[in-house]
Write a protein that binds this ligand. Structure first.
Ligand code: F6R
Length: 614
């Protein structure tokens, strides 16, 4: 949600900044802008719409060359996405420029105060107030970093701010509270960005910034302090993927590449977690076995696709670990009176580790003394730092806005956690855990097999591009898979799509069924005979009412054939692991259908990756 890049070094800053913005555009694409310091002057350019519009403007009117600059790609919060509201924003003197990610909650009061003092504000944004506050602070002495510290102490809400000032021509200043900002450390050059993808082509050495910190970036070094100016502790780390992971690699869309990467992502997430004796060792767990034995309840908090992974986790945790488990939308969690205690384990699932709703839920749980475990894909992000333990999913960078490979790896992570707790608490025999782990290790090959057979699914998707609505049904772990299939279709194809628990149909939704309505049904494995047979009856019920049935079932499941207008076979796997194979056709289906409608699946309308506002 808003991408930020800052650079100072020896190269042409415009090239570095634009390249960084191109890699961050998935975070927001309502408008884009740059600010450069060159020849003692501040030059800015900004345009509504995607980065391509800004590139066009810069080609028409090239700014002076400089080696210090910053850039922004916006997901609008305050004010419509037009040129005027695009970042950077400048002060009255035209010497200070600011870019921002987040929401400054007290901006209306600050704006009123500034206008009363004679400042002229030209946009509807909360960000612009910061440029004018910096202007005032710079007048009262000190450099840009000192001014930024004083301004930040007055701000409420969540923000990453980056600023430049003609009076400090070799300095880029960044500030961070509740929004992401990382430093890339180069040789004679340094970078600031919302995430490492922006500078990965130049350096893989990064610094993770903490809460309420100010970073001063010069070509020769990086200084980090808190908002009071005291030296701050920071964590250095090396990024374990390279620039090729952040490129399309021959695919038309990142989403297609990320769907194809799923077998490897699943395998990487299992790697190093299974000992030679078959026992699980989760190094980053950092919650002792004794503490795990004392846990009497698990609450999972997450949003969107990660929430669907949480719904599936519930089945695995209750079945294997024998613990009661609740799953909660992170955005709702802190607004109700959930009962937590030091023996509650809260598991927060977030691909980005920056989703504000998830972070707020974690902080709420922390206040109530619960133990906190994060499942996260992004090293250096905020969520792992705020949890007692973390299990990283090793999906690699997920750049398409719609989550695919991150979801599958989140499933692997929750299976590992459920089995680990079962091992520690002795709710399953060691050989039972080992047997399940062995099955998990075979999942990359099963997912690969699904991917090899997707052509009929693509064909089907293209044939349904003219439909207005698609329903998805599932039972047990197939229900969250149905929800995920519907979410993918909504966000990519902008179609009405709903996921239902198949057993609920008769309690209302069956009224939606009409002649020709496409209904996708996820069928449990035959081995779960009661569940399986019940859903076969559901398929017959909707077909009798005219639905066009698209059935996802185990290969060779002859019992569904007579009732399926289209049958999609997936490899036979145990029930709890089935979402790893049944989700993939739904991802491919949504991606292909949206593409057939002419949509950009990497950047769906109104959305942005990493939702850093509440
Ligand atoms: C859907 C999607 C979103 C995210 C949600 C949570 O395809 O990507 O629903 O799953 O915004 O994001 P994270 O996992 O980063 O907290």
């Amino acid at each position: 949600m808003c991408g930020i890049v800052g650079y100072v070094g020896g190269r042409p800053a415009l090239d570095v900044v634009i390249e960084g913005l191109a890699r961050l555009e998935y975070r927001g694409y309502d408008s884009a802008g740059v600010a450069l310091l060159a020849e003692g002057r501040l030059a800015t350019a900004k345009r509504a719409g995607k980065l391509v519009n800004l590139r066009g403007a810069l080609e028409e009117e090239p700014p002076p060359a400089g080696t210090l600059g910053m850039g922004h790609t916006r997901w609008a919060t305050h004010g419509p996405p037009n040129d005027r509201n695009a970042h950077p924003h400048v002060d009255c003197t035209g010497t200070v420029a600011v870019i921002h990610n987040g929401i400054i909650e007290n901006f209306a009061a600050l704006r009123g105060e500034l206008e009363e003092a004679g400042h002229k504000l030209g946009s509807d944004t909360d960000t612009e107030a910061v440029a004018h506050l910096l202007e005032d602070e710079l007048k009262s002495g000190g450099d840009l970093a000192a001014a930024m510290r004083r301004v930040c102490r007055r701000l409420e809400g969540a923000f990453t701010l980056v600023a430049v000032h003609t009076g400090d021509p070799d300095l880029v200043v960044g500030a961070r509270r509740n929004s992401p900002l990382v430093v890339g450390v180069g040789d004679g050059e340094n970078f600031l960005a919302s995430d490492v993808a922006a500078f990965i082509a130049h350096t893989r050495d990064a610094i993770e910034l903490g809460q309420d910190q100010i970073v001063e970036l010069r070509a020769g070094g990086v200084t980090v302090t808190d908002f009071e100016g005291r030296p701050a502790e920071v964590k250095e780390y090396h990024v374990d993927w390279d620039v090729s992971a952040a490129e399309k690699g021959g695919y038309d869309y990142f989403m297609l590449k990320e769907i194809a990467e799923q077998p490897r992502a699943v395998a990487d997430t299992l790697l190093g977690r299974i000992g030679t004796d078959g026992r699980l060792t989760l190094d980053e767990m950092r919650i002792s076995d004794q503490e795990l034995r004392e846990v009497d309840k698990i609450i999972i908090v997450a949003c969107g696709t990660s929430f669907h992974a949480g719904l599936i986790a519930k089945y695995a945790i209750e079945h294997w670990a024998g613990l009661p488990c609740e799953v909660e939308l992170a955005s709702e969690f802190r607004y109700r009176d959930a009962i937590l205690s030091p023996t509650t384990l809260v598991i927060a699932i977030s691909q980005s580790g920056e989703t504000m709703d998830a972070l707020m839920a974690v902080r709420h749980a922390r206040e109530q003394k619960a133990k906190l475990l994060g499942i996260c894909n992004v090293n250096g992000s905020t969520l792992p730092r705020e949890c007692d333990g973390v299990l990283y999913t090793h999906a690699g960078p997920e750049i398409a806005v719609a989550s695919t490979k991150a979801f599958l790896t989140q499933l692997v992570a929750v299976y590992l956690i459920a089995l680990y707790i079962a091992q520690v608490r002795g709710t399953k025999w060691g050989d039972e855990v080992f047997a399940m782990v062995q099955l998990l290790e075979r999942m990359p090959e099963k997912v690969e097999k699904v991917l090899e057979t997707m052509e009929p699914v693509r064909e089907l998707a293209r044939s349904l591009a003219g439909e207005r609505c698609v329903l998805f049904l599932g039972r047990h772990v197939g229900f969250p898979v149905a929800l995920e299939g519907a979410l993918k279709l909504k966000e990519l194809a902008y179609m009405h799509a709903e996921g239902f628990a198949a057993g609920e149909l008769k309690h209302g939704p069956i009224a939606l069924i009409e002649s020709g309505l496409p209904v996708v049904v996820v069928v449990p494995p035959r081995a779960r005979d009661v569940l399986h047979d019940k859903i076969v009856s559901n398929i017959q019920e909707i077909r009798a009412r005219g639905a066009r049935t698209i059935v996802i079932a185990e290969e060779g499941d002859a019992s569904v054939e007579p009732y399926a207008d289209t049958l999609i076979g997936v490899p036979a796997v145990p029930t709890l692991l089935q979402p790893l194979v049944t989700t993939v056709p739904l991802q491919v289906f949504a991606c292909e259908l949206a593409t057939a409608k002419g949509h950009d699946v990497d950047q769906p309308r109104n959305l942005a990756k990493s939702v850093t506002v509440e």
